[in-house]
Design a protein around this ligand. Structure first.
Ligand SMILES: [Zn+2]
Length: 318
């Protein structure tokens, strides 16, 4: 068999790790009940979410350690909800409210993309034009996430996992939003929240529970893929590079790979004898096990687009 025949055509998976759907949980206003109830329940189950915080609010300061230490450590994302959730009387104040919040969050995630979700806060007044707001979003690498469904006991008392099931059944990305969890305003009861978390934990293999930023980057990159190249094939490995068309995403005038750093999952058919393999890219290495897909052996692994090719090597049984 010649080397090219050893491998199938590489496919970029619709969602990370080949999962069927994606689900993102958002939490607004850095509320105490989120720090006290929601985050511990999520951490216990290895679930992550996006917390839209207001760093210049007392309710933020009460749980500073949760937002600034626990959230980054457990893989949660902080989203920009402005410093005080009070709008702005002019452009200068808007720049402060949004810019300070952005800088505050960037400092807590020194190794992550600066691209962050943004919500300017319900019920606030901004004396800024649409163009000025657009300018600030560009300046601070902010994006507006797709529409979400609010979950609270007031608007929905049905199955709290219904939206997660929809993501799985329809193979799409569903976003939900919370305010209070087990108390405070627009609250969802703790029991219902736990029920949702249990459902998500039980369906982890099929449903990607990702932060808004991670799923957003994945989807943006995935939809911009212009080329997937498998080269340098030998019977013990190959190189794989993914190219995205930069004109299809908003790069905010920054280098593509600086903002779009979410790896894409690729699946490639490999020889039947392959079991373990190693993927090296950008100075990092990860070892994976091959899987069986429709009676064929596949290597499924993560590759960052628009950086140097990943090096995939068969690892001996040792
Ligand atoms: Zn809010």
């Amino acid at each position: 068999m010649s080397a090219p025949d050893l491998y199938g055509t590489p496919q970029v998976m619709v969602f990370k790790d080949g999962k069927v759907g994606a689900f993102s949980m958002q939490f607004d206003d850095s509320m105490e009940t989120q720090a006290e109830f929601a985050i511990p329940h999520m951490n216990e189950r290895g679930l992550v979410g996006t917390f839209f915080v207001n760093p210049d609010k007392d309710r933020y300061r009460t749980h500073r350690e949760t937002w600034e230490v626990i959230c980054p450590r457990f893989g949660h994302e902080l989203g920009n909800h402005t410093m005080r959730h009070e709008g702005a009387k002019d452009y200068e104040e808007a720049d402060h409210e949004i810019g300070e919040c952005a800088r505050h969050i960037w400092k807590l995630y020194p190794n992550r993309s600066k691209l962050r979700p943004f919500m300017r806060g319900g019920g606030t007044t901004w004396n800024t034009s649409r163009e000025q707001m657009q300018e600030l979003m560009q300046k601070y690498f902010l994006f507006r996430a797709p529409r979400r469904v609010g979950i609270s006991d007031g608007n929905d008392t049905g199955d709290p996992a219904a939206f997660a099931k929809e993501a799985l059944e329809e193979g799409k990305w569903v976003l939900v939003g919370f305010h209070g969890v087990g108390g405070q305003w627009i609250s969802c009861s703790e029991e219902r929240f736990v029920k949702l978390c249990d459902y998500l934990a039980a369906n982890k293999d099929e449903l990607w529970v990702g932060t808004t930023g991670d799923v957003y980057r994945y989807v943006q990159e995935r939809d911009a893929v212009s080329k997937v190249a498998l080269t340098d094939a030998t019977d013990t490995g190959f190189k794989l590079a993914i190219e995205c068309d930069e004109s299809k995403v908003d790069t905010y005038g920054a280098p593509f790979a600086e903002l779009y750093d979410q790896p894409l999952t690729v699946s490639v058919r490999v020889p039947e004898s392959w079991r373990r393999f190693c993927v090296e890219q950008d100075g990092e290495a990860e070892t994976y096990e091959t899987i069986e897909v429709d009676g064929e052996r596949h290597a499924r692994f993560d590759v960052r687009p628009n950086v140097d090719a990943a090096l995939v090597r068969l690892v001996g049984p040792d």
